[in-house]
Design a protein around this ligand. Structure first.
Ligand SMILES: CCCCCCCCCC/C=C\CCCCC/C=C/C(=O)SCCNC(=O)CCNC(=O)[C@H](O)C(C)(C)COP(=O)(O)OP(=O)(O)OC[C@H]1O[C@@H](n2cnc3c(N)ncnc32)[C@H](O)[C@@H]1OP(=O)(O)O
Ligand SMILES: Cc1cc2nc3c(=O)[nH]c(=O)nc-3n(C[C@H](O)[C@H](O)[C@H](O)COP(=O)(O)OP(=O)(O)OC[C@H]3O[C@@H](n4cnc5c(N)ncnc54)[C@H](O)[C@@H]3O)c2cc1C
Length: 664
């Protein structure tokens, strides 16, 4: 049987220790053990089946999600799972649901923006799921522009309460996940008004529904905002609409870590920067970067396995056609995505560390690294989600016609993933934040304030503005120092050029708007440098296992040279490399593809995904694609009857020419 033999033979060709690569991918032996155990637990539980998801009506789909969420919670309690194991279980259940927002945003917001007392009051309730919360920031009229939110929270000194109100239609909360049908509580972002004075946006804990009968509390109008892109996909989530009509909450339900309102109605600022009100977004953006490597690797795993099973043209002497993975065009589209999945994994790991480091500093009242953390999370969220969304679609095309079938798993993965380019900050809006940070850094060069963190390279501005790439032969592109210098010089020169162009404007804000398309490109260049440099740093660690390091080096070089090839215009126009060096990079890339080719299947096996998680007939571990595709087709409800419903009303009259006769 084609698929079985092909994948078995591919696996036997691997030149590295797959089990050790699994550890590298997972992050540690411990994480691998947990994710392996929990993914199998989910895969073997019939309640977590997901093969009918794309065929259910919205109501049935949603109820099924509720059933799975309740079952997941039951299993978490029964098995006494740790926080880490519970998070893995929710991940492998693989269905966007209110739980994501409760655990992923509501709880972190209370932890990050609540005082000690507020945490003590609310967190135990939330941890035990006695209340279910969501994150209600975006409104019908404003999402990106958080300072433009219109919901008001007016302090009433008579009663020691805030009055939460939606003064306009556009102030309706719109989009929050989990809000539409499930959440009992929300962190609501609104304008703090004291004595008619507007103190800007803050977070408030508001109860939305009765804990007895789930009905909305007085003054609250609430519902789901309707069907979203694709079948199944994100429609398991109840993204909601919410309006307040003078709803009163006690004063102590304003999240008061950043600023406090006293009983007398005085606003007291604590020593933490006001930007901490935006802290949950930084936390989630960091998570989204790790999630990007999961979504991309999932699509790549499907496309790689299928490319080894699928054969087209080129009869060989043994009468067998060529595996499509052997076509150079297939490799040049697929292997950069494989390399990107690994690159995003490692930059995600680093970003997690950076976030923890910033958090520890914040506890010790050191706020110095917050701007860098904001820029890195915003930029990398944008870079990785855009590349992943495009990458999933490319994987669909790599699978030819069968990739368009829901049973390939790719259409739903694409539909569920693409909003990541929008939620937690539109990707362009976020890159503009990075650009502001870069322009600020460039403007401070020479002022005595040394660039820090990921902008340290900018301290070598003179060298980077003048350096010439030393590549003379294709293999020179394999040297990490050569790659790093080219990426640093490109980023430096693009930022400096943007800053110089900006300086020509009398009004900096106007200049920023006028040059924003170029500024976005400079931000992308900086973020790509971060990804490349973190991959290179990873390779400097001790990497055990036969051949593992060699494979990762090849992937790192593929990622870097692919980006160089894709953005050749930047590298050439800034004079970082010559056209001859560009063509040597291309030759090296081709040679790297040949190096990865025999290891491709093993490199995707190292993700350690179960067939349940992949939910793809094309990506099956055993490669048994054709019989399963055939089998899946017959499961479609349209095939329940041989003659379709509607035959007599709509097909028969055409065939019998009754319709034409009626018109004549
Ligand atoms: C097949 C089935 C598969 C199923 C898979 C299921 C898997 C599920 C896995 C899901 C994974 C993740 C789940 C995600 C769920 C997502 C739910 C979505 C939630 C949301 O979207 S919540 C809403 C998010 N909203 C936004 O992000 C809004 C974006 N806008 C902003 O962030 C800001 O308004 C702004 C930054 C764009 C601008 O703000 P503004 O106040 O105008 O500020 P500026 O004037 O520009 O800046 C002022 C200074 O503040 C600094 N700053 C800005 N932001 C921050 C920050 N966050 N932290 C620190 N500092 C910040 C800025 O740099 C300026 O500083 P300066 O004065 O220059 O020094
Ligand atoms: C599936 C999904 C789940 C979500 N979940 C939540 C949730 O749980 N809680 C919550 O509060 N919100 C949630 N959101 C809302 C989400 O955070 C916002 O949609 C997002 O921040 C983008 O804001 P917007 O919709 O206002 O886009 P807009 O800002 O209106 O963007 C429209 C266009 O304008 C451009 N644009 C906007 N501003 C600028 C600028 N300054 N310069 C240049 N171009 C600009 C953008 O690039 C984009 O092309 C969710 C959204 C989705 C799609």
């Amino acid at each position: 049987m084609a698929g079985f033999d092909d994948l078995a033979s591919e696996r036997s060709k691997a030149q590295f220790d797959v089990e050790e690569m699994k550890v590298i991918w997972a992050g540690s032996r411990h994480t691998l053990e947990v994710s392996d155990r929990i993914s199998r637990l989910v895969a073997n539980d019939p309640v977590f089946r997901k093969d009918t998801r794309t065929m259910l009506s919205r109501k049935d789909l949603f109820k099924n999600t509720l059933r799975k969420a309740a079952h997941a919670w039951k299993r978490i309690i029964e098995l006494r799972l740790s926080e880490e194991e519970a998070a893995e279980l929710r991940f492998y259940v693989d269905e966007p649901a209110f739980m994501d927002l409760h655990w992923g945003m509501f709880i972190p917001t209370i932890k990050g923006q609540g005082t000690e007392e507020q945490q003590q009051k609310w967190l135990p309730l939330a941890y035990k799921m006695k209340i279910i919360g969501c994150y209600a920031q975006t409104e019908l009229g404003h999402g990106s522009n958080v300072q433009g939110l219109e919901t008001t929270a007016t302090f009433d000194p008579q009663t020691d309460e805030f009055i939460i109100h939606s003064p306009t239609l556009t102030s309706s909360k719109w989009w929050p996940g989990g809000l539409g049908k499930v959440s009992t509580h929300a962190v609501v972002y609104g304008r703090l008004i004291i004595d008619s004075k507007d103190y800007g946006v803050n977070g408030f804990i508001v109860q939305l529904r009765s804990l007895d009968d789930h009905l909305p509390l007085p003054g609250i109008t609430i519902g789901d905002i309707g069907m979203k892109f694709g079948s199944g996909a994100y429609n398991t989530m109840d993204n909601g609409v919410l309006r307040f009509d003078h709803v009163r909450i006690p004063r102590d339900q304003m999240l008061m870590r950043v600023s406090q309102v006293t009983r007398e109605g005085k606003l007291v600022q604590s020593n933490v920067p006001w930007q901490l009100v935006y802290g949950t977004m930084v936390y989630v953006r960091q998570k989204i970067v790790s999630d990007a490597s999961c979504a991309l690797s999932r699509a790549v795993c499907i496309a790689t396995r299928y490319s080894a099973v699928r054969r087209q043209f080129g009869l060989q002497s043994n009468g067998i056609e060529t595996q499509v993975i052997d076509y150079k065009t297939q490799q040049s589209r697929l292997f950069p995505l494989l390399a990107s999945a690994y690159a995003f994994r490692f930059v995600g790991e680093w970003l997690k560390w950076l976030y923890m480091d910033v958090n520890q500093r914040l506890q010790a009242s050191d706020f110095s690294t917050l701007p860098e953390a904001h820029a890195c999370t915003a930029g990398l969220k944008s870079l990785t989600t855009s590349a992943t969304a495009d990458g999933i679609e490319e994987c669909r095309k790599l699978c030819g016609g069968h990739g368009y079938l829901c049973s390939s798993g790719l259409p739903e993965l694409f539909a569920v993933y693409i909003p990541a380019c929008t939620y937690e900050g539109d990707n362009i809006v976020l890159l503009l934040q990075v650009a502001r940070f870069l322009i600020k850094t460039v403007s401070q060069l020479g002022s005595g304030k040394e660039p820090v963190g990921t902008t340290v390279y900018m301290g070598r501005v003179e060298q980077l503005m003048q350096c010439h790439c030393a590549v003379q032969k294709a293999e020179d592109w394999l040297k990490p120092s050569v790659i790093l210098e080219a990426f640093e010089a490109r980023s430096m020169r693009m930022s400096v050029a943007s800053a110089q162009n900006l300086a020509k404007f009398d009004n900096q804000e106007e200049g920023f708007l006028e040059l924003s398309a170029d500024l976005v490109q400079a931000a992308v260049a900086h973020c790509q440098l971060i990804v490349v440099s973190k991959f290179i740093e990873k390779l400097q660690q001790d990497i055990p296992g036969k051949g593992v390091k060699g494979q990762l080096e090849a992937l790192c070089n593929i990622y870097a040279l692919f980006i160089l090839h894709k953005h050749l215009g930047d590298f050439l126009s800034t004079g970082c490399i010559t056209p001859k060096q560009a063509s040597l990079a291309n030759a090296q890339l081709r040679s790297l593809y040949s190096q990865v080719r025999p290891n491709a299947i093993a490199l995707v096996d190292a993700f350690n995904y179960t067939d349940h998680y992949l939910s793809s007939v094309l990506g099956r571990y055993d490669g048994n694609v054709y019989p399963k595709l055939y089998e899946e087709a017959w499961k479609d409800p349209l095939n329940d009857s041989v003659v379709p419903d509607g035959y007599q009303e709509y097909i028969q009259p055409i065939l019998k020419q009754q319709l034409r006769n009626a018109r004549l």
